[in-house]
Ligand binder design. Structure first.
Ligand code: GLU
Length: 304
């Protein structure tokens, strides 16, 4: 398949319609990103890579990192993890406090903010140096030792983090946070600040397309069963309050972030990462969603 040609054609087709998205504005580092940047990269499990546009430019992966922290905690706690977080779609915004109160401090899933904060609490309990070890894990998955946290983004996340603090205090009041609040939040804010390119992102997620094993290093990250479950969670919970739409239109498990990135996985075949900063009203990349819809329609490479 001529992926690069397909990427180019879809890109040009999308240029004909107005981009109705808006870049995230809650922190200056995201508000000032050039909205016209666009990148896409596909990696097959056999190791072939195909790029178009700004596929090598690093951007803030934001909530996409929640999958990676979850995988780290899941591999350690195994099924005990479900005592700390549920695994159902939220049906409310990613930073909702309402549901958390009703569910007595148990987040709906590990990919909404509250769930990712609980996962950070687990990692703080499990790891000697959580920030360094999470970074080392991501570097290992990507095969790239230059992946980094952006300290300015982490600082801005903290400065605008009132709702996230409200969530952790609420969960602590229900007994679902074990560690010191600032230590957990420091890890959470750094996680949000990870930067990667489309190429790095597609490479990092490749183990989820390969039964839990990094194809090029042979390292097992998750068992086949837990890999299946992680993909299932991305399918049902990976797109804020729009996971149904993504499943309906694109037909792949995936995860998005408010930096405008989306990564999607076709088990057994490939991973694809797309980046276009303007977001739709649900917080997913406006053009990224349309691009992937067209891609799986043209190539028929969806899981449904
Ligand atoms: N950094 C954001 C927050 O904690 C989450 C961003 C995202 O959903 O991508 O509020």
């Amino acid at each position: 398949m001529h992926y690069e040609k397909i990427f180019e054609e879809i890109f040009h087709e999308l240029q004909l319609t107005e981009d109705k998205g808006q870049v995230a504005e809650y922190i200056p580092e995201l508000a000032s990103v050039d909205p016209n940047q666009f990148g896409v990269h596909l990696t097959t499990v056999e190791g072939a890579g195909f790029s178009f546009g700004d596929a090598q430019t690093q951007f803030s992966i934001q909530s996409i990192a929640k999958v990676l922290s979850f995988v780290m905690a899941y591999g350690r706690l195994k099924s005990e993890i479900w005592e700390r977080t549920n695994l159902e779609p939220a049906g409310t915004p990613f930073n909702s406090l309402l549901q958390l109160e009703i569910d007595m401090g148990i987040p709906r899933n590990p990919f909404i903010n509250a769930g990712a904060i609980v996962i950070c609490d687990i990692l703080v309990s499990q790891l000697a140096d959580p920030k360094e070890e999470v970074l080392a894990f991501v570097r290992r998955l990507s095969g790239n030792s230059s992946i980094h946290y952006n300290p300015r983004v982490a600082r801005s996340e903290k400065d605008s983090g009132s709702r996230n603090y409200a969530m952790i205090y609420l969960m602590k009041s229900f007994g679902n946070i074990d560690n010191e609040i600032e230590t957990v939040m420091d890890l959470y804010f750094h996680l949000c600040s990870l930067e990667m390119s489309c190429e790095e992102l597609a490479t990092t997620f490749l183990f989820l397309a390969n039964n839990g094993v990094v194809p090029w290093s042979d390292e097992r990250i998750l068992s086949p069963s837990r890999t299946k479950r992680t993909n299932a969670l991305m399918q049902t919970c990976g797109f804020y309050d729009e996971a149904g739409q993504f499943t309906f239109k694109v037909g792949l498990p995936g995860k998005s972030g408010v930096g405008g990135g989306i990564v999607a996985v076709h088990p057994g075949k490939y991973t694809i990462a797309v980046w276009s900063p303007p977001l739709n009203s649900k917080g997913n990349s406006y053009r990224g969603m349309l691009f992937l819809e067209q891609f799986t329609t043209v190539t028929r490479l969806s899981i449904f």
